[in-house]
Design a protein around this ligand. Structure first.
Ligand code: UD1
Length: 421
């Protein structure tokens, strides 16, 4: 199995081009199921999760065409559905597969989607997706580990208040509602920028959506959607990760294509650590000012709050902070798997329930480490960049799910990092 070797302790200085947001691209790809005309996408990131979604869509009847000589360009065309079943094998590997549920029900009136099951960071149920569809007239049966959704009277617009602002449920319900009869009002929706991007793409396809990016979204169903061209937004999680690569190595990184407006509250938190984060003509620049970051408390929250997807990376940076930081995870119940691994590198962390108290140390020491999810894995890469000696990061297939060209991007900033078989 491949692993990543890092000779740490080098101050990073250089330039990185940010990729497009995986978490925007995945639901937008699923939206191709809603129309019988091609959806052309620009800026699709080259990631394992994107390939998984493409494989699932192909199974359902979507033709996926990559334009030669046009990296990041993908056309998805579903003239007719060949299947309405998302099998366990694919859903198990990538939970975002459940995003085909809403589009399939809307287009075919029926879907069988495997229940994703638990994952490393928590139980992650899909009950909100299902009760939202029920509010739109779908009948849901759970059978043999599969969700079976039917619409005996067609999909109808309805009023639904999400019990918590789930990103995936907001996306699934918004997609389903585009083709439902009448108006759907969704309350307490998630407000993440990826939802705004999905709404922009659906609107380009002819959907009528108001309020995406706020807790209250109204969708007026239309008879059909058409083809469109859409460019995916930059990845705010990847951006913040490289910003913290600058912070943890006391370096300076320019991140081309990044957008400060997508950071939410994380921007203030990064700045509070002493990082200088500014917009440039081509993106942003992050400067650690050649000094240790300051300890800053954070609590993860739905957008615009501090994103759970950058909690592990922030914790890595706080391990070498001047001072202490209390990091509280409120979105997922089991998202501290990086803690014992960081401690093997010399970090001082005490976990009490959903909070981790990190007492900053002068420096970390390289060690062999591994993690069980994407963001935890990249937090270990960050720690390795700052640590003295060699860090060996195992199970790196997690990284390939969400970080396109990770080693090349870091190497361009002077990191001594390589992938070995
Ligand atoms: C998305 C992101 C993921 C991110 C997460 C939170 C994608 C592909 N993934 O995941 O990277 O970490 O948002 O920002 O965009 N919940 C329920 N019932 C449901 C749905 C969710 O209880 O039906 C709970 C979850 O267990 C979790 C919380 O709600 O505790 C937030 O989950 P949700 O926002 O749905 O995350 P995802 O869409 O799965």
């Amino acid at each position: 199995m491949d692993k990543i070797l890092i000779q740490g302790g080098k101050r990073l200085d250089g330039r990185i081009a940010v990729s497009a947001a995986k978490n925007a691209a995945l639901p937008i790809m699923a939206a191709a199921l809603l129309a019988d005309e091609p959806l052309e996408l620009e800026n699709v990131p080259d990631l394992a999760d994107i390939s998984s979604m493409r494989r699932l869509l192909q199974l359902l009847g979507v033709e996926a065409i990559h334009k030669a000589g046009a990296p990041g360009r993908m056309a998805l065309h579903c003239p007719e559905l060949l299947s309405t079943t998302a099998p366990y094998d694919l859903v198990r590997k990538m939970r975002a597969s459940v995003l085909v549920l809403g589009p399939l029900v809307a287009r075919a009136g029926e879907a069988r989607v495997s229940l994703p099951g638990g994952c490393a960071i928590g139980t992650r149920p899909v009950d909100i997706h299902l009760s939202g569809l029920e509010a739109m007239g779908a009948v849901i049966d759970l059978d043999g580990g599969y969700i079976h959704a039917t619409t005996p009277k067609g999909l109808q617009g309805g009023d639904f208040r999400l019990p918590m602002p789930s990103v995936g449920a907001t996306e699934n319900l918004m997609m389903a509602a585009t083709l439902a009869k009448g108006t759907t009002r969704l309350q307490n929706c998630a407000c993440e920028p990826e939802i705004v991007d999905l709404a922009a793409c659906l609107t380009a396809m002819g959907a009528k959506i108001e309020g995406a990016g706020t807790p209250d979204i109204r969708i007026e169903g239309v008879a059909q959607l058409h083809g469109a061209l859409h460019r995916i937004i930059p990845d705010r999680i990847e951006t913040a990760t490289y910003a913290m690569a600058a912070g943890i190595t006391r370096g300076r990184i320019e991140i081309d294509g990044a957008d400060l407006a997508l950071f939410g509250d994380a921007l203030d938190k990064l700045r509070a650590t002493g990082l200088v984060v500014e917009a440039t003509e081509t993106g942003i620049v992050v400067d650690g000012g050649d000094r240790r970051p300051l300890g800053v408390d954070v609590m993860t929250q739905p957008f615009p709050g501090f994103a759970t997807d950058i909690q592990a990376q922030f914790m890595a940076m706080m391990c070498v902070a001047d001072g202490a930081a209390m990091i509280t995870e409120t979105i997922f119940e089991n998202r501290f798997m990086h803690v014992p691994e960081l401690m093997r590198m010399g970090a001082r962390i005490t976990v009490q329930g959903p909070s981790a108290l990190v007492r900053g140390v002068e420096g970390l020491k390289g060690a062999p480490v591994m993690a069980t999810d994407l963001r935890a894995s990249v937090s270990l890469v960050l720690a390795g960049l700052a640590a003295s000696g060699t860090t060996e990061v195992n199970r790196i297939y997690h990284l390939d799910r969400g970080y396109a060209g990770l080693e090349a991007k870091l190497r361009a900033c002077g990191a001594l990092i390589e992938r070995v078989a």
